[in-house]
Design a protein around this ligand. Structure first.
Ligand code: FAD
Length: 382
């Protein structure tokens, strides 16, 4: 059997997930090298900043239908991913599956109604026939039964039972062990200046990873550098986001909570041991600088307005980063002979990575592959 020599450039969530998928799809048929400019355990990847929300229903408010369909498909893939990562390290990788509860303060009721209507209207017809399985409006009694802590401050809510979330930093680290055990050659602290086409021995088409120390040739190179690929990927932009991690021993939330707010898409994603990620701002800027006072005030007041226990919380971490996005905020797999570029995951890197990795593998092993998700795969014709 011929073994494909594959380089993945960028070990964010997309690069790591793709390496995982390749090992599961065709382990004996691939030799994988993974390059990243940062060390293996830390770095500037947006994936480290992400809250890890897997929320295709909530995202329907502003996202395209394709994000919903790909997101639902990914949700069915994540349990196998976290299970395999957990087995490898003998400690569980958390996949929280309690769903989301959406609430709004009295003054934001009109926005709550609009959110509910948008999501309901955008749900495919077949889902609307069994609406109760996908979303339930909660009156105060139902809210009080499901999340008693919320019922003291809100008199109704919306339950999205199928949504989930992950601890993003934990997932990133768990991939390391899995990939190293799968014989992935990890080139850390290795910045790639660009990727180019090349001709290998026996006139075979290939692609080269260009480093300060020279070029390395492969059968295929897959560019997963996120915003780091901006110079080489037309139309890519960064969208700033800010999150705060709190340790709040007095808060008992077990559901993800989304607070409808006129300016922000605010959510609280619980972690283990009373840790909570409060996110996230969305600002059209590529400024990666520290969290602004305004965003900190908004995020912290939102948390406090949901549960007074956050008043006693400790601030564990403030983080900012930029989401890589195209103008339509949809991801793309761009295929140019032996170079594939996967980018534009925007707010949905965790939500979409499993299904995008699957589509990329299908395309790598079958050059005529057409993804069921229209426009995801784009061919560059020479
Ligand atoms: C505040 C915030 C909250 C978010 N919350 C969520 C969420 O709840 N759910 C969700 O699904 N998504 C969320 N996201 C989005 C998610 O983080 C991104 O969509 C995702 O990280 C993009 O993945 P990526 O692998 O393409 O890029 P990245 O994660 O940015 O990874 C790119 C990698 O490429 C490497 N790299 C860059 N340049 C080079 C180079 N020249 N040479 C070698 N390596 C290089 C970087 O070091 C990095 O490791 C959030 C993002 C932000 C900023």
């Amino acid at each position: 059997m011929t073994v494909k020599r594959i380089a993945i450039v960028g070990a964010g969530i997309m690069g790591r997930m793709l390496a995982w998928q390749l090992l599961n799809y065709a382990k004996s048929a691939v030799a994988i090298t993974l390059y990243d400019k940062d060390p293996m355990n830390v770095g500037g990847a947006a994936a480290y900043t992400a809250a890890g929300m897997l929320s295709p229903y909530s995202e329907l408010e502003s996202a395209e239908h394709s994000v919903f369909h790909m997101g639902l498909a990914s949700l069915t893939r994540w349990p196998a991913v976290t299970e395999s990562l957990s087995k490898q390290r003998n400690t569980p990788v958390d996949l929280f599956s309690n769903g989301t509860v959406v609430v709004a303060h009295q003054q934001d009721q009109a926005d709550f109604q609009r959110f509910h209507q948008q999501v309901t209207t955008k749900l495919p017809d077949s889902y609307r026939d069994q609406m109760g399985q996908h979303m339930q409006l909660l009156n105060q009694a139902a809210l009080s039964q499901l999340v008693p802590q919320l019922a003291t401050r809100f008199n109704h809510g919306l339950h999205l039972p199928n949504e989930a979330w992950l601890d993003s930093a934990q997932v990133m680290l768990a991939f390391n062990e899995y990939l190293l055990n799968g014989d992935v050659k990890w080139q850390e602290n290795c910045a790639v200046s660009h990727i180019e086409h090349c001709i290998q021995a026996e006139q075979r088409l290939g692609a080269a990873v260009c480093l300060a120390s020279g070029k390395q040739m492969f059968d295929h190179v897959i560019d997963c550098r996120g915003l780091g690929a901006k110079r080489d990927v037309q139309g890519l932009r960064g969208v700033r986001g800010e999150v705060i991690t709190l340790h709040a021993p007095q808060v008992e939330l077990k559901h993800a909570v989304r607070l409808i707010h006129p300016r922000y898409k605010l959510y609280i994603a619980p972690r283990r041991d009373h840790h909570f990620v409060i996110g996230a701002s969305q600002i059209e800027s590529e400024d990666n600088g520290p969290l602004s006072v305004r965003s900190a005030l908004e995020l912290l007041s939102a948390a406090y307005s949901i549960d007074a226990g956050f008043g006693e919380a400790q601030i564990v971490k403030l983080a900012t980063n930029c989401r890589p996005a195209f103008s339509d905020n949809l991801p793309k797999i761009i295929c140019d002979q032996q170079i594939m570029r996967i980018n534009g995951l925007f707010r949905h890197g965790y939500l979409l990575a499993p299904i995008i990795a699957e589509q990329a593998c299908e395309r790598l092993f079958n050059t005529d592959y057409k993804s069921p998700f229209s426009n995801l795969i784009q061919e560059v014709r020479c």
